[in-house]
Design a protein around this ligand. Structure first.
Ligand SMILES: [Zn+2]
Length: 420
């Protein structure tokens, strides 16, 4: 094991919301969550800001992957105080130096070949504006400039195509994406002959552009090129992996989704279960509550997620789960959900007017402390209701309502740094 990794940077703080993310949390976080951290740390660094800092010395940190194990870890940026007990050594030459070397590096013969191939195939596509295909010319935007491998106007849209052959590092990837976004040009990362592998084996450089394209990856290979030539269209092979192995299809650029901000994709990933459930619950809910029979189906689905085989919609309905969810959703949305009440004060006062819901008071106070204006909890009517309700026994995190809240609203229960 590398000696300089023996000391661990144990905790970092996300400045946006002061959430504490320990080195163990970082190992437990899923690939999507890790990528979010990786990107926001990089974007802040590119802009001369910090997104995450060491919980001990306050110096900016980032979360690279350890090259051998591919496991993410917290690391101080260059120049951190050496007397921080979590000092992890100066970042080695690999991260920074190769990133800066890359821009001056000779491009490979393959890179050159693919770039010219892209230009040739784009020129043959009737949706390409004649004369718009340019290879290796600078695009200027404000004080900065970039030289895309290929640019063109396609289907009325200015596009830039960058070839990614397992070399481009995240600071450069993010910088290019931000540059083209400011310039109003749609960027496409394109690789050559992509071979689907297990997600854990995916090269970091490919994983980064996979996330750039809403978890899609675009590649050219001999088969696609033959197809392009036969049809006189510019086609790409789009790959996506949404948790159940890789899929692919050949698409023309006009068949892709082109979001206003962000990069194009062929197939959007499904939303995570908890967000999908919340959306479906909201769709079934009006000012008069959450209607039957959808409420029964949704409660059954929720019961199945809690992992207690004795739970079903009846038992969840008995403890007033629908009212609890609508109260939590009201605070998340900042306005009443599932009731005709006028504001959040009425929501909480009405909710706590029923003795059978007193058990939820601690849970709701916690949620309100994260979502609502601090003054709301101090209102006489509200604090009076809580004082009364908190005299009853309260549901903890291991109770059924506690588990429901954690499953559906994980973002409300993250540990935050003490900012007092
Ligand atoms: Zn430190």
């Amino acid at each position: 094991m590398n000696a300089r990794l023996q000391r661990t940077l144990k905790r970092a703080v996300r400045l946006r919301d002061m959430v504490v993310i320990s080195s163990d949390d970082l190992l437990r976080i899923d690939a999507d969550g890790y990528q979010e951290i990786r990107r926001s740390a990089t974007r802040a660094r590119n802009d001369g800001q910090a997104a995450f800092v060491c919980d001990h010395c306050g110096f900016p940190v980032y979360a690279p992957r350890e090259p051998n194990t591919k496991l993410p870890f917290w690391r101080h940026h260059k120049g951190a105080p050496r007397n921080c007990p979590w000092w992890t050594g100066e970042p080695g030459s690999t991260d920074m130096v190769s990133a800066s070397q890359f821009q001056g590096a000779q491009e490979s013969a393959l890179h050159l070949r693919v770039k010219n191939l892209v230009a040739e195939l784009l020129n043959a596509d009737p949706l390409t504006t004649p004369g718009s295909v340019v290879v290796d010319e600078y695009v200027v935007c404000g004080d900065s400039r970039r030289r895309p491998d290929v640019r063109a106007t396609y289907d009325g849209k200015p596009i830039a195509i960058e070839i990614q052959l397992a070399t481009t590092q995240i600071p450069i990837i993010i910088a290019r994406e931000d540059f083209y976004r400011r310039e109003g040009r749609h960027l496409i990362w394109l690789t050559w002959n992509f071979m689907p592998v297990e997600r854990a084996q995916l090269l970091t450089a490919f994983e980064d552009i996979f996330y750039s394209h809403n978890k899609n990856l675009f590649s050219l290979d001999e088969g696609v090129v033959a197809d392009c030539r036969e049809k006189g269209r510019f086609l790409v092979r789009a790959f996506w992996e949404h948790g159940s192995g890789w899929n692919s299809r050949i698409s023309s650029l006009d068949e892709l989704e082109w979001p206003e901000s962000g990069l194009p994709f062929a197939v959007a990933p499904p939303p995570p279960w908890h967000l999908d459930f919340r959306n479906r619950w909201l769709a079934a809910t009006t000012a008069s509550g959450t209607g039957w029979p959808l409420r029964r189906d949704l409660l059954n689905e929720l019961a199945g997620k809690i992992g207690n085989p004795e739970l079903d919609w009846v038992s969840l309905d008995e403890i007033d789960t629908a009212a609890l969810l609508n109260a939590i959703l009201s605070f998340v949305a900042g306005k009443p959900v599932g009731s005709a009440q006028k504001n959040l004060t009425e929501v909480i006062n009405t909710f706590l007017s029923s003795g059978r819901r007193f058990r939820f008071a601690r849970l709701l106070r916690k949620i309100m402390s994260v979502t609502a204006e601090p003054d709301l909890l101090k209102k006489t009517s509200v604090s009076g209701k809580f004082a009364q309700a908190l005299e009853d026994e309260q549901d903890g995190p291991e109770s059924v309502p506690g588990k429901i809240a954690l499953q559906l609203f994980p973002e409300l229960f993250q540990k935050r740094a003490n900012t007092a």
